[in-house]
Structure formats: structure tokens, C-alpha cells
Design a protein. Structure first.
Lengths: 121, 407
């Protein structure tokens, strides 16, 4: 398990590869954590049932932002059906970060946004 | 403050190790730790005197009632109320403010008028007024100055003959600002308005005299002043309590009940429906006695020294901004800050690894965050059991945060 502030996480936070907007996104979701004010916007371009492009914008702690960046790596190129079936536990396992209970919701903010974005797909 | 090492020993929790480090507790603005004297008072009460109050004629009932009413006297003395009749026990400052909202302002709301609060308030001194606003009374907020105080000139212009209530925090839980409540009181009264003080961050830390302040209402929480959770105080001038409607209805707040009608009890019991938090009052009594033994003026002096040291150390840190007055005489021991490019939650998480407890987030003051142009802050707040060494540990911790994030 990675430390919450392992180099890989901090790199992703400081230099995310998936940060940005998609102008003509086919799915767009804004999700916030009212407790701490963290927010994430997820933009997806779904073509023929496949996620061809995925970007995010947001503000928040290193965990919420780095996990959003990693999540989009995970689902890009997958069918929306496959992406939708990505279970919470599976995503946390993929992240591989050792999280305290209080920080779980930070790590899952983007996952919740993704699930909303894929709701009817 | 002399003998702080000895004083620290009164707080069992300060012996705890967090992540293998000595606990440095800098979150007293959220809640204070409890000295053994308070813990023991509650234990003694449950082991020896526990009974319901005001109704049982047996020995324990008498003792419990005496302990509960004795706490009321102690609190009245602490804030120099005219009589203990002016002290209503509630759960916390929030409930005290809600009591004023429901019992004093709600009946007036349909006929209009205005409430004036400020942008630096805790949500507890904003949301109840939005509720009254939804019943027909106007609601306005006074702005802050560039020095993080309330803009008194603007406030004065906002108050008019139709103003029913002016309210402000005595000391800000984010900025630390100690507001000029005596001046605000005068502005309110000159216009025929009543004045409510949110004293959650002042009564634990400095001498507060309700007669000198000439406030109509003053609310505070026991748990921020070494007492247990679940007990708080609403002070209100006797004349207001006499004319106000009850807050909650039920047992204890009555004199006689028939199926058709009820005669309400005298004040303050008219506002204390149901079995009260007797053990909480006993704990609060012990807490107030503990604070009084040290002396509230001495506590304030200690915190001025601590704040001065903190402000001085923070000013040496690059890429760290603080929010609030820079004059230790004008603020409580509360430092809200941000490390450039690092989210406050990450600051608090990394400080926690060093055993340092701080708050992070919006500190229950989202409108103030917006006014300051920030999404969130990290906050360190001190109390009687903190010393300069604790501030130094915090500064070391912040330097570690900066190193981790390469700031």
C-alpha cells in the first residue's frame, strides 16, 4: 500500500495528466463533498458505447485530485458498461493508497461523479 | 503563565501519544480538553448523588437539585449576571441562539422588522436568522474591514428603528478578531434594537461581564471551556425572559397542568423542558471553578503571549498566509492559515502524523471563507494548556508539510 503522501500521489496532484475540459462532452458531472468543499468536474466523451476521452477539473486535497486523475486513466478506452461496473472496492484497490476512514470520501469523490455520469449509459 | 507544566498534568489526554508522538492539541476552538477535576466531578455526581432534579423529595433528589442550581449560580457569577434567574441551561451556544430565534423573534417575524448579523459569524449565528427571515423578517449582514474587524460605520448605517436584533460573535472562530461588542451594543440600543452576543469563543478565554457589555442575550458552550459536551448557557436579561414564550414544552417547565391549560414555570425553568443535563451542569460548574481559580484575566494574558509568539513565527514562514488581525491584543489565540498550493486537509493530515491536532476546512463559516476569497483554511487554536513549545512544534510541522509538497 502506498502512503497517502507517496511521491506518486504528490506527482499526480501537482502534475495531473488528465486535468482539463472537454468542449463537446457527452457526459459532464459536477460533484462536491459538502463537508470539506472539495469539488470535481468529470467530462466524458462516449462514442459508440466507448469512453474515448476523459478529463477532470476540480479543487481539493491531494487525495481527491490525484485519485480523480488516476481514475480517468483507469476508464479511458473502456466501454461505458465496463466503466460502470468498476466497484468502489476495486477502485480503492487499484489506487493502492493506505487511507484513514476520514479520507476515504476524498478518494471516492471522483468515483461517485463517474457513476453519476454513467448512470443512464 | 507560571506553572503551565503543572497545569498540563491536570489534563489526562495530553499524555496520549498520536502516531508515536506526544499529542500537541491545537484545536481548542473546536472543543477544549477536560481537566481531571471536571471528569472527577461528573464521576462523583453519578456515583454519589445521581437523581432527577426539582421533583424528588429524597436525599439524592435534594443533592442533585442543589448541584444543578449551584452550577447556575457559578455561571451567573462568572459572567456577572444580575441574578441566576438570567441563566438558562441549554445544550450549547447553538441551542441558546435558537432559543432566542424561536421564543423572541419568531412571534415578531410576521410583522416585519430586521435582524442584523455579520459576515464573520459561525453558521450557528447565521442559519437560525435565515429561518426567521423565511417567516417575514428582513436579514442583513455587516461586512468586515480590511483589518478583519466589523465595519462599525456601515453597521451603524444599517441599524434603523425597525431593527429587532443586532447580533455578532464576540471573538471570531476563524480570524480570532475580538469585536468591539460594547460599541455595537450601543449602536443597537440607540436604535431600540436588542443585542445578542455569540460568546462561544470569548467566555472560555477572557473575562466577560454581561452588565458591562450591556447585551440582551449571550450564548456559550460548556465544552469549549473545559466542561463536558451537551451543556451550554444562554444568558438573557430577566425582563426578556419574562416576556418571551417558552422554547420547548413538557415537564419541568410547568407549574400546573390540566387537560385544557398549563401555567408555565417561573424563569429560568420556563425554558428548560424535560430532565436537564444535570451531570453536564455539574461538570460545567467544576470547569468554571477551575478557570476562576487560575483567573480569566491571567488566561487572557497567557493567550496574548502565546498569540504574539505564533504571529511572530508565522510571519517568518514563506508561502504561508494567515487570516486575521496581526495584533495579539486584538485577537484570541486562533491562527487560520494556508500553505500555498496545499489543501488544508493535507496540511492537517500531515500535521496529525506529527501528533499535532488542528482543524481544516471551512470552520463552520462558509460565508466568511467566500468573503476572504478562500475555499478552506487550516486553523490552529490554543488554550490554557498550550505553551510556546506547542507553537514551535506546529511551525516545525508546517515546515515538514512544505517540504513534502515541495513548497
Amino acid at each position: 500500500m502506498l502512503d497517502m503522501y507517496a511521491e506518486e500521489i504528490l506527482e499526480r496532484y501537482k502534475d495531473p495528466v488528465n486535468r482539463g475540459e472537454i468542449k463537446n462532452a457527452t457526459a459532464e458531472v459536477h460533484e462536491t463533498n459538502p463537508l470539506c468543499g472539495d469539488s470535481v468536474d468529470i467530462y466524458l466523451k462516449i462514442e459508440n458505447g466507448k469512453i474515448s476521452e476523459a478529463k477532470f477539473n476540480g479543487f481539493g486535497c491531494a487525495i481527491s485530485q490525484a485519485s480523480a486523475d488516476l481514475l480517468l486513466d483507469e476508464i479511458r478506452g473502456k466501454s461505458s458498461k465496463d466503466a460502470k461496473s468498476l466497484a468502489k472496492e476495486q477502485f480503492l484497490k487499484t489506487l493502492g493508497i493506505s487511507l484513514s476512514p476520514a479520507r476515504l470520501k476524498c478518494a471516492l469523490l471522483s468515483w461517485y461523479a463517474l457513476m453519476i455520469a454513467l448512470q443512464d449509459r | 503563565m507560571k506553572g503551565i507544566e503543572k497545569l498540563k498534568k491536570d489534563f489526562p489526554i495530553l499524555k496520549r501519544k498520536i502516531n508515536g508522538k506526544n499529542l500537541v492539541y491545537l484545536d481548542s476552538a473546536a472543543t477544549s480538553q477536560k481537566p481531571v477535576q471536571v471528569i472527577k466531578a461528573i464521576k462523583d455526581y453519578y456515583e454519589n448523588s445521581n437523581a432527577n432534579v426539582s421533583r424528588s423529595v429524597h436525599k439524592l433528589g435534594e443533592e442533585a437539585t442543589e448541584a444543578y442550581e449551584n452550577a447556575r449560580k457559578t455561571v451567573a457569577g462568572l459572567i456577572n449576571a444580575n441574578s441566576e434567574k438570567e441563566i438558562v441551561f441549554v445544550r450549547n451556544a447553538t441551542e441558546g441562539i435558537n432559543l432566542v430565534a424561536y421564543s423572541y423573534l419568531l412571534p415578531l417575524a410576521p410583522s416585519g422588522g430586521k435582524i442584523i448579523s455579520t459576515v464573520m459569524e459561525h453558521h450557528s449565528n447565521i442559519v437560525p436568522w435565515q429561518f426567521i427571515n423565511s417567516h417575514g423578517m428582513d436579514l442583513e449582514f455587516a461586512d468586515i474591514t480590511k483589518n478583519f474587524g466589523i465595519n462599525l460605520k456601515k453597521l451603524n448605517g444599517m441599524v434603523s428603528k425597525g431593527t429587532k436584533l443586532v447580533t455578532t460573535t464576540h471573538a471570531s472562530n476563524v480570524l480570532g478578531t475580538i469585536n468591539e461588542v460594547d460599541k455595537i451594543s450601543k449602536i443597537a440600543h440607540d436604535n431600540g434594537s436588542l443585542f445578542l452576543v455569540d460568546a462561544a469563543q470569548s467566555v472560555p478565554h477572557m473575562p466577560v461581564d454581561v452588565q458591562k457589555l450591556d447585551c440582551d442575550f449571550l450564548a456559550f458552550s460548556g465544552h469549549k471551556m473545559l466542561g463536558p459536551t451537551g451543556i451550554g448557557v444562554l444568558y438573557a436579561k430577566e425582563e426578556h425572559l419574562e416576556s418571551m414564550k417558552p422554547f420547548m414544552y413538557g415537564g419541568d417547565m410547568i407549574k400546573t397542568v390540566t387537560l385544557e391549560n398549563t401555567n408555565f414555570n417561573d424563569i429560568p425553568w420556563k425554558f428548560e423542558a424535560g430532565t436537564p443535563n444535570v451531570a453536564g451542569a455539574v461538570g460545567l460548574n467544576a470547569a468554571v471553578n477551575y478557570l476562576k481559580k487560575i483567573g480569566l484575566d491571567k488566561i487572557r494574558k497567557h493567550e496574548i503571549v502565546l498569540t504574539k509568539h505564533a504571529l511572530n513565527e508565522f510571519s517568518k514562514l514563506d508561502n504561508v498566509s494567515t487570516y486575521g488581525p496581526q495584533d495579539e491584543n486584538k485577537k484570541g489565540c486562533v491562527i487560520s492559515f494556508n500553505v500555498k498550493g496545499v489543501h488544508p486537509h493535507d496540511v492537517a493530515s500531515l500535521l496529525d502524523r506529527e501528533g499535532i491536532a488542528t482543524r481544516s476546512g471551512h470552520a463552520c463559516a462558509q460565508p466568511l471563507m467566500k468573503r476572504l476569497g478562500v475555499k478552506a483554511v487550516a486553523r490552529a487554536s490554543g488554550y490554557i494548556y498550550n505553551d510556546k513549545g506547542d507553537i514551535d512544534s506546529l511551525i516545525d510541522g508546517i515546515n515538514k508539510v512544505k517540504k513534502t509538497f515541495g513548497v
